[in-house]
Structures are given as structure tokens and as C-alpha cells.
Design a protein around this ligand. Structure first.
Ligand code: GLY
Length: 456
């Protein structure tokens, strides 16, 4: 039997660990640095998924030593940051098998100018855009551009660094938020000002093994805005419907079908992979995530490429995928993707993310995610959830007295399945209502918030 290490700590990483633990070939999944939520799931309790959080998780040589000592067969790296810092390069130098691109190849996500070069070389349509190092020049540009834009932090911002703007004033404010206030940290040293596209957003994924490409013939819809569109009062209080890394997701996307999948593969995936393998000569092994727009004239364009699975997209795709993830992961490493069969079950899945909402601060109030949010609220109701649901933990911590408590803005994913989308939605919402984030300092006030329109 095999051992896998999933490197990461968020909801997508917990889901990866869970999916590897389902493999018929795997009897142990290490989750590093992981999160304490895992111990509250059946697979965590049985020891199938074990959290290992050495102080040295940031020391990649120490991670490699751990893998050698424990005879780990495969390491899957869930997020872009360790990829960009070269974790794969270090592990491969020690002969350890990995799913994830090398440091140099992670530029596809971390450097928008490079993404643009790639898409241009591939002849793949993309929105018009410009990059700025200077906030004054960026402000002047958005004031005069004459169409709506999305302002993005150029560096890595975990899928959160994009501000969708309705007018020039909002675009100027977005430049300030990213470049001056540094809302997304150093990722905001440069901004990308991109033409805003209308239509349907599609998150599309493909596995690469250095020689072959296996596009997933299934895709899903992420819900990035923080609030339901009809929640006017909150949107006004927050100064707009801020974009997040995702507040929920459903799968299959209402547009999934052979004709569109074939078009995406032909027009977008194959030309991009052709440049990566043949023009750049890169033996890329891992996931490519294409953020796509299908406009009202039925034209496809790419607004982002990432070097990892989407979060929360993977949480629903993993439930829908019946193939063995360890077999896919080993095929990625060994260059055998041409021999892998992807099997999808017939069900529908909805992921609703429970977030930290408004809570009392020591002085005044925390507005809640995606702005400043409170921490340390006890997560209750998990024992009342129906069987058969998946819970993937993200921003959680362990407290001596209050057990599992909130720690991040996006706290947990509740994923429900059903024979129809409506049934999956009903189950997800009937169950998330059983949960609460309890503030013991405020007479047990519930600080949990979630969007009510996922899947609609
Ligand atoms: N769901 C968006 C992302 O993962 O970047």
C-alpha cells in the first residue's frame, strides 16, 4: 500500500487528502502542515489522514527528509505559494515523486506578463490588459479608458486579488486598495488593468504529465462575489460586492456538454499545452486551471491561468470524480496520462462555504470576511449533520476548552450531493443551517455567514 503527503492547509488541501484516502492503493495520507479540522472527520479519527505539522513545514529540505523517513510515495502540492517557492524542485532533487510544477513553470500563475506571453504565443483569446508599476499612471489610465475593467494584483494573491469595477471611480479606488493600501500584500506592487468581460464564467482543469494532457471533461462554476446580489444593504456597507477566492461552487456547470468541452480543449487547452511542451520545452507535471469566459456571442477567452486546482472548485469536482486520484497522480509523475480513464458519477454537487460574518471586536465591530473578521468562535453543530455530506475545513484552529474554533475568513466547506442540482442545494442549505460559530463573549451570538444563492 502507498503513502501520500498533501502539502497545504486549506479546504482544497483537506479535500485532496480526503480523495487520496479514498484510493484503493493508499493506506496513509500525511497532511502537512494541515489543519486541526481533519481530526474531527471520520478519516482523521481512524488515522487514515494524519496531520503532520513540523515547525519546519516551511523548510523544504525538512519536508524532503520527512518524506524519505516515512517512505512517502507521492507528494501533491495544493496551492501556488509553495510551488512558486520551489518545493517541487527540492523534492524532485531527493528523488521524491510529486504532482505540481517546478518553480520556473509556476510563473504561469505568478506573473501576468508571462501568462500573456503564453496565451499570445498559443493564439488564445484573452481580454485586453495593461500592467502598471506606478499608481498615478494606473489611476490616469482607468480614468480615461472608457470601458469597465477588472483591476488585479499582479503577484500571487490566492485567487482573491481581483476587483471588479463598475465605473472609473471604482477602478481608481481599486488601484489604491491594491497598490497603496496593499490589501493583497506584496502581490500589489504591480497592477493589471483588464477589460471586464460579460457572460458565463467557467473553471476548467487539465492534468499534464510532461508529455500528455488529460483535460477534465467536467467543469464547474465558482461564486467569487462575497455577497448575494440582492443583499444590497451589506454590499453598500462594504463599499461594493467584493471579490473573494470563492464563496461556493456547483458541479456540473449548467453548460457542461461534449460540444463545449471539445471546443475548450481545441481552442484553449491544446494550443496552450503545445507552447508549454514544444516551444518552451517544459516538462510540466501537475494541474493547469483555465479561468474562462464564454460571452454572449459564444466566444471563449481566458482571463487567468493557475498552476493548481481551484478552491472551491476542487471540492465539488473531487466528489463528482469516481476515478482513483492516486492512479491519476502517479500517471502525472510517470508520464502515463494517456492510459488513464476519467470516470464521473451522475450526481450533482453544491459546496456552500461557511464564512466569518459580523462579530464584536474589542472596540466596535468586525465587519466580517472579506474585510476584518473575528477569530476563536466555537464551531458547533457538526455532529448534527446528515451522513453522506463532506465537510472540508479551511480557516480553523483547536482551542483547549472550545475544541474546534474559527481562525480564518473562509472557515469550512459543506458539500452536498443530490440526483438533481435542486436536491443538492436543498441538502446543503438544510445542513449548513445546523452549524454556528458561537461567540462565548457575546452571549453565544452566532457569527457564521454564508451565501444563499449558490447553484442558482
Ligand atoms: N476559485 C478561484 C481560485 O481558486 O483561484
Amino acid at each position: 500500500m502507498a503513502k501520500v503527503l498533501v502539502y497545504g492547509s486549506g479546504g482544497r488541501d483537506h479535500c485532496l487528502a480526503d480523495k487520496y484516502a479514498d484510493s484503493q492503493h493508499v493506506d496513509k495520507v500525511f497532511f502537512m502542515p494541515g489543519n486541526p479540522g481533519v481530526a474531527h472527520t471520520p478519516k482523521g479519527k481512524r488515522g487514515l489522514i494524519e496531520r503532520v505539522a513540523p515547525d519546519a513545514a516551511d523548510d523544504f529540505e525538512a519536508v524532503a527528509r520527512f518524506c524519505r523517513e516515512q517512505a512517502v510515495d507521492l507528494v501533491d502540492i495544493g496551492s501556488e505559494n509553495p510551488l512558486s517557492r520551489g518545493l517541487v524542485d527540492v523534492l524532485n532533487a531527493h528523488g521524491i515523486a510529486t504532482v505540481g510544477p517546478q518553480q520556473e513553470f509556476a510563473r504561469i500563475e505568478s506573473d501576468r506578463a508571462f501568462t500573456d506571453f503564453l496565451l499570445t504565443a498559443a493564439g488564445v483569446p484573452k481580454p485586453a490588459y495593461r500592467v502598471f508599476n506606478d499608481p498615478d499612471k494606473a489611476r490616469r489610465y482607468v480614468r480615461n479608458i472608457g470601458y469597465q475593467v477588472v483591476v488585479k494584483a499582479n503577484g500571487l494573491a490566492a485567487g482573491k486579488g481581483a476587483l471588479v469595477c463598475d465605473d472609473a471611480a471604482a477602478a481608481e479606488a481599486a488601484v489604491d486598495a491594491i497598490m497603496v493600501e496593499r490589501r493583497f500584500g506584496d502581490a500589489g506592487r504591480r497592477v493589471v488593468v483588464e477589460e471586464r468581460k460579460y457572460g458565463s464564467e467557467i473553471s476548467f482543469f487539465a492534468y499534464l504529465d510532461g508529455r500528455h494532457v488529460m483535460p477534465l471533461r467536467m467543469f464547474c462554476q465558482d461564486y467569487k462575489p462575497a455577497f448575494d446580489p440582492e443583499d444590497h444593504e451589506t454590499i453598500e456597507r462594504f463599499g461594493g460586492n467584493l471579490n473573494t477566492g470563492g464563496t461556493g461552487c456547483y458541479c456540473p456547470h449548467r453548460l457542461v456538454g461534449d460540444a463545449l468541452v471539445n471546443r475548450i480543449v481545441r481552442e484553449i487547452v491544446n494550443p496552450t499545452v503545445e507552447v508549454i511542451y514544444n516551444r518552451l520545452g517544459w516538462p510540466y507535471k501537475g494541474v493547469l486551471y483555465f479561468g474562462l469566459n464564454l460571452d454572449d456571442d459564444n466566444a471563449l477567452s481566458v482571463f487567468e491561468i493557475n498552476v493548481r486546482h481551484g478552491d472551491p472548485e476542487f471540492e465539488v469536482l473531487a466528489r463528482k470524480l469516481s476515478s482513483d486520484l492516486f492512479e491519476i497522480g502517479m500517471a502525472v509523475w510517470e508520464g502515463r496520462l494517456d492510459r488513464v480513464r476519467q470516470v464521473w458519477n451522475a450526481r450533482h454537487y453544491v459546496d456552500v462555504i461557511a464564512m466569518e460574518g459580523r462579530s464584536k471586536a474589542s472596540r466596535g465591530w468586525n465587519p466580517g470576511y472579506p474585510k476584518r473578521y473575528g477569530k476563536g468562535h466555537a464551531i458547533t453543530g457538526l455532529d448534527r449533520l446528515e451522513r453522506g455530506l463532506a465537510v472540508y475545513f479551511a480557516g480553523v484552529d483547536e482551542h483547549d476548552e472550545r475544541s474546534l474554533v474559527t481562525y480564518g475568513g473562509r472557515v469550512l466547506h459543506l458539500v452536498a450531493g443530490g440526483d438533481t442540482l435542486e436536491q443538492a442545494r436543498r441538502t446543503a442549505y438544510a445542513n449548513i443551517e445546523k452549524l454556528a460559530f458561537v461567540d462565548h463573549r457575546q452571549n453565544g451570538a452566532n457569527c457564521m455567514r454564508y451565501r444563499r444563492t449558490i447553484g442558482l
